[in-house]
Design a protein around this ligand. Structure first.
Ligand code: PEP
Length: 253
């Protein structure tokens, strides 16, 4: 059985006290209303990692993740954060290749391979993001676009390495826009992604990889999206900043 996952991407939001309040609220709700069989991951900005880790310590099914990591080990890379540092701060997951990083920080498929290597060699589970912009969706070439992202970044990895990944399909036109992919559109792409992984690594490996949907996922649409056969949860942006909404999404399986 694949893992069900709901991961919150805070992006560049939350001052110190806001992050503490948000985490404490989520922790208290999950203690009161335990969510079985779902991994809930908080991916705050780096400066919050230590504080969030302390607040979630000892609570079942909540994990710490980061939003990015360096492609380098250590050294003179001012402003960067290594995967080893994330692990040492208690992170277990890291988002790699979010569309905002691809677009605003010019992260290429090749660079994302290096980041994924760093994550894997430091015992972090990469949440590897892929997804197409609006013009590609309108041209009808979204499947080819997304499978190319995956081929170029991931197909050099071994079966053992690929098994450890989580994939997040995030159509860029749905991120932060309030425009969600329909559950059928999500299922179609998740199934295509799984088939693509299967073509390289075989059915058993592909069937074991959790594929999350991201893009304006909210409590009122999560259930329908998560009900689809190849959707194993969500990567949540805006709604992860509202404790009640985030926990409700995590309860939407
Ligand atoms: C995201 O940025 O990963 C995301 C899915 O954002 P939102 O939920 O706000 O669309």
């Amino acid at each position: 059985m694949r893992k069900k996952i709901v991961a919150g991407n805070w992006k560049m939001n939350c001052l110190l006290e806001e992050g503490q309040k948000l985490t404490s609220e989520i922790v208290n709700m999950i203690k009161d209303e335990p969510i079985k069989d779902v991994q809930v991951i908080l991916n705050p900005p780096f400066v919050h990692l230590h504080g969030v880790k302390k607040l979630i310590a000892g609570v079942d099914n909540i994990y710490l993740g980061a939003q990015n990591c360096s492609d380098q080990n250590s050294g003179a890379y001012t402003g960067e954060t290594s995967a080893a540092m994330l692990t040492s701060f208690g992170a277990e997951f890291v988002i790699i290749g979010h569309s905002e990083r691809r677009a605003m920080f010019n992260e290429s498929n090749e660079l994302l391979t290096e980041k994924t290597k760093q994550a894997l060699s430091n015992n972090l589970t990469p949440i590897f993001c892929c997804g197409e912009p609006l013009e590609i969706r309108e041209a009808g070439t979204h499947e080819a676009y997304v499978t190319k992202q995956l081929t170029e970044s991931l197909f050099g990895f071994s079966e053992e390495e690929v098994k450890k990944l989580v994939i997040a399909y995030e159509p860029i036109w749905a991120i932060g826009t309030g425009k969600t992919a329909s559950s059928d559109q999500a299922q179609e792409m998740h199934s295509a992604i799984r088939q693509h992984l299967s073509s390289k690594y075989g059915k058993t490996v592909a069937e074991g990889i959790s594929i999350l949907y991201g893009g304006s996922c909210k409590p009122d649409n999560a259930k329908e999206i998560f009900s689809k056969a190849d959707v194993d949860g969500g990567l949540i942006g805006g709604a992860s900043l509202k404790s009640r909404d985030f926990v409700d999404i995590a309860k939407s399986f």
